[in-house]
Write a protein that binds this ligand. Structure first.
Ligand code: PLP
Length: 355
């Protein structure tokens, strides 16, 4: 572990994190400082004179979640926590597992039985306990209360959005950014970006922040779609939370920045997939959704360039098919009693005082 500790990776932004973690607890796998690529061909196709892609998919765990989970797990390490739980649609659990392995923390990931196979396989490679369930939130609360496991969800952990301030710092040092688009689930990324820009620059120079969801969307983007006609589901974001606790703060931050929320249809996603193939840009559905939102925003009078799109997930996640027989890959549980047996079998300790 010694090599992964210190003032490297995203810890160069430590002064933005408001978390006074001792240097020996600052775990890094080399997250942060992701490439910022100019995309002239794609920009021209979308009608944007200056389009940049912030390649968070090049993060060590394949998504921007490396930043947040890197900080959250470092915080657990500094507090001497030995076991944690996360419920996730994939990327956050993968990142949590990678950092918990570095920290020597035991992790339970609660995933949906419909989790795409590629994400499940990526998660299983880290060797921590993975359990599929249709009751992730109830079982997570059970783990926290009865087993004293720390809750690693970005939507409920106050440090959840904080590491994304580092993205704002990296963007600000590279260009005078007009707008930032990012796919949103809990809204932690959008909120962290806003916090980062607010700390770094005067409001006049902060870019507008644009969280993007797939249809039907949820609380994060509701105010912008109250009178919109229904559309068929986009098929993305289904496994995420539609009711993040962060929603009111995210909406306030987005409005304050001059941005707005977006919901992207299946048709728009398919079109964007074709377009990105033509210009040889690789991204996951989340990145495609963010690009599709840019295409809509270009038509609005408030449009300001340069535009940055966070490419939060990688193209190898385009296949959304779940495992055909998930029970062959991971245990599937419904009840607290079933889960308790698995936890005991995997040597978790019942420690309700350790929360
Ligand atoms: C690829 C990808 N993009 C964006 C998000 C949304 O991040 P947040 O939960 O911070 O809104 C997620 C997480 O669910 C994700 O996996």
């Amino acid at each position: 572990m010694a090599e992964s500790i210190g003032r490297h990776g995203q810890w160069v932004h430590a002064e933005l994190f408001d978390a006074s973690l001792p240097a020996r607890c600052r775990i890094t796998l080399g997250e942060g400082d992701t490439p910022l690529e100019r995309a002239p061909e794609l920009g021209a196709a979308l009608g944007v004179s200056e389009l940049y892609l912030k390649r968070e998919d090049r993060s060590p765990t394949g998504s921007h979640k490396a930043r947040s989970l890197g900080l959250l797990v470092s915080d657990l390490l500094s507090r001497g926590v030995s076991q944690a739980v996360i419920s996730s649609s994939g990327n956050a659990a993968v990142a949590a597992a990678a950092y918990c392995n570095e920290a020597g923390i035991k992790l339970l990931s609660l995933v949906s039985p419909r989790t795409p196979l590629v994400k499940l396989e990526a998660l299983l490679r880290h060797g921590q306990l993975v359990v599929a369930t249709d009751r992730p939130v109830e079982l997570l609360h059970h783990c926290a209360l009865e087993w004293g496991m720390a809750d690693l969800r970005s939507s409920t952990n106050p440090l959840g959005p904080v590491a994304y301030r580092g993205i704002a710092a990296e963007l600000q040092s590279a260009l005078d950014c007009g707008a930032v688009f990012t796919f949103a689930n809990s809204g932690a990324t959008a909120l962290g970006l806003h916090q980062g820009f607010a700390r770094l620059s005067s409001a006049a120079r902060s870019p507008s922040i644009h969280p993007v969801e797939g249809w039907p969307g949820g609380e994060l983007t509701r105010p912008w779609y109250e009178r919109a006609a229904e559309m068929p589901p986009s098929g993305i974001g289904d496994l995420g939370t539609r009711r993040s606790r962060l929603a009111p703060a995210v909406r306030r931050a987005v409005r304050g920045s001059g941005g707005r929320g977006w919901r992207i249809s299946k048709v728009d996603l398919q079109r964007m997939l074709e377009l990105t193939k033509q210009v040889r840009v690789d991204t996951s559905w989340e990145g495609l959704a963010a690009l599709a939102a840019v295409q809509r925003w270009v038509l609005q009078p408030e449009f300001t360039a340069p535009v940055v799109v966070l490419i939060t997930g990688s193209a190898d996640q385009l296949d959304l098919h779940p495992a055909s027989a998930i029970e062959e890959l991971v245990p599937v549980v419904t009840t607290e009693i079933q889960l308790d047996r698995l936890l005991a079998g995997a040597s978790f300790r019942r420690d309700s005082a350790a929360r």
